[in-house]
Design a protein around this ligand. Structure first.
Ligand SMILES: Cc1ncc(COP(=O)(O)O)c(C=O)c1O
Length: 387
């Protein structure tokens, strides 16, 4: 698929600085998404309702999961899952230091302790061979993060979790389309959490979802995203009003009809969008010969969310690319070295050397369906000028 086959003329750039020749990100919301949103705005029901339900059914169907629940963010999705499993004070949860801070923060939010395990050189994902050494009697769960869109080795992680009676909650914020040995996220875990933040493969500006095959959990999550009360707003206002009870302490995180309206057609288009991402990802692979980067797992399908390379002097490279009009990002400087985590837990440089190396050298390049081949070529040409 080349840019002529992808309908780039349908979409306007969302932002542009004078200097910028290649934006780091442009969303691909189309006319049909905007029309769907307008339809919701013309009804009285802006909050969670039938469009949210439709999104949840379509999204679960795409993933091959029994249930999906729409929430306000992946951060809330992860926190709700931890709360459902009763994880809190005195518990430990194993995760990767190479992720957005949200992953570890959700563990903090519920009062548990994030225990980091270093990542693999090959994929930059949590190294399953190091997980068992980090398990203690307090360990309750593992949160693997499918970084950049490449799934973790879920077969091994599940074997470890089963051996030690641990819960698995996948952070699939980067990985809606990804697969491990033919199965998508939520296949080998208790639940998987997704983000529809502004730069994600499908987006509502902000938003999130949880997929699970567990009927009880699904029922709890529907209630848990609305404070734990026994009837939804849709129940109260579309049927005869009935009093509700609050049966447990939930969160306020229900996905609105407006967010869902923006998402439902993106779910329909997701495979087309993914094909276009694949073309651009492979073009980078071909053109960028002189940089180290995370490798691709043979037995997995990449979601092509982020394309990153490891450069010698990363921060100077950011300045140089900025001067040349190229938008870039960094995914990620490791969480254990953020001031909060250093101060609270005494983490320091040297604790997780591979995550730290990647965190110091990684640079994410523009990757989105509206990106043009010429733009990728320009980014690569500029990058190759770095020594
Ligand atoms: C790996 C990862 N986990 C969690 C999150 C949190 O997602 P949200 O912004 O939807 O809360 C993000 C967001 O960027 C992420 O990249």
């Amino acid at each position: 698929m080349n840019s002529k086959e992808y309908p780039i003329d349908k979409v306007l750039p969302v932002f542009s600085s004078e200097k910028r020749k290649v934006e780091y990100f442009r969303h691909n919301l189309e006319q049909q998404d905007k029309a769907e949103l307008m339809k919701v705005l013309d009804t009285v029901f802006l909050t969670t309702g039938t469009i949210t339900k439709q999104f949840e059914e379509d999204f679960a169907c795409y993933l091959g999961a029994k249930y999906a629940v729409g929430v306000m963010s992946c951060t809330h999705a992860l926190e709700l899952c931890l709360r459902y499993f009763g994880i809190g004070e005195g518990d430990e949860v194993i995760t990767t230091p190479l992720s957005y801070v949200a992953t570890a923060n959700t563990i903090e939010f519920v009062g548990a302790k994030p225990v980091f395990v270093d990542v693999e050189w090959k994929t930059a994902n949590i190294d399953p061979t190091l997980i068992e050494a980090a398990i203690t009697p307090r360990t309750k769960a593992i949160i693997p993060v499918h970084l950049y869109g490449q799934m973790c080795n879920m077969t091994t992680i599940k074997e470890i979790a089963d051996r030690h009676g641990l819960i698995i909650i996948e952070d699939a914020a980067h990985c809606v389309e990804g697969e491990h040995r033919g199965g998508k996220s939520a296949t080998l875990s208790n639940a998987a959490c997704y983000s529809f933040y502004a730069t994600k493969n499908i987006t509502a500006g902000e938003g999130g979802a949880i997929a699970t095959n567990d009927e009880e959990m699904h029922k709890w999550l529907l209630q848990g995203r609305s404070h734990g009360i026994s009837s939804s707003a849709a129940d109260r206002y579309t049927k005869k009003y009935r009093h509700y009870d609050m049966e447990f302490l939930g969160m306020k995180s229900n996905m609105t009809n407006m967010q869902a309206a923006l998402l439902i057609h993106q779910v329909e288009r997701i495979e087309t969008l993914h094909k276009r991402r694949e073309v651009l990802f492979n073009l980078y692979e071909t053109l960028l010969t002189k940089f180290e980067r995370p490798g691709l797992e043979a037995d997995s399908r990449h979601a092509y969310h982020v394309y990153s390379v490891w450069v010698k002097n990363r921060d100077a490279a950011i300045d140089f690319l900025y001067e040349q009009g190229v938008g870039v990002a960094v995914h990620y400087r490791p969480t254990h070295l953020m001031s909060y985590y250093q101060e609270k837990y005494g983490y320091q440089k040297g604790n997780f050397p591979i995550a730290e190396y990647i965190g110091e050298h990684t640079l994410s390049l523009p990757l989105y369906p509206l990106l043009l081949e010429e733009e990728v070529a320009y980014v690569c040409e500029v990058l190759q000028r770095l020594s």
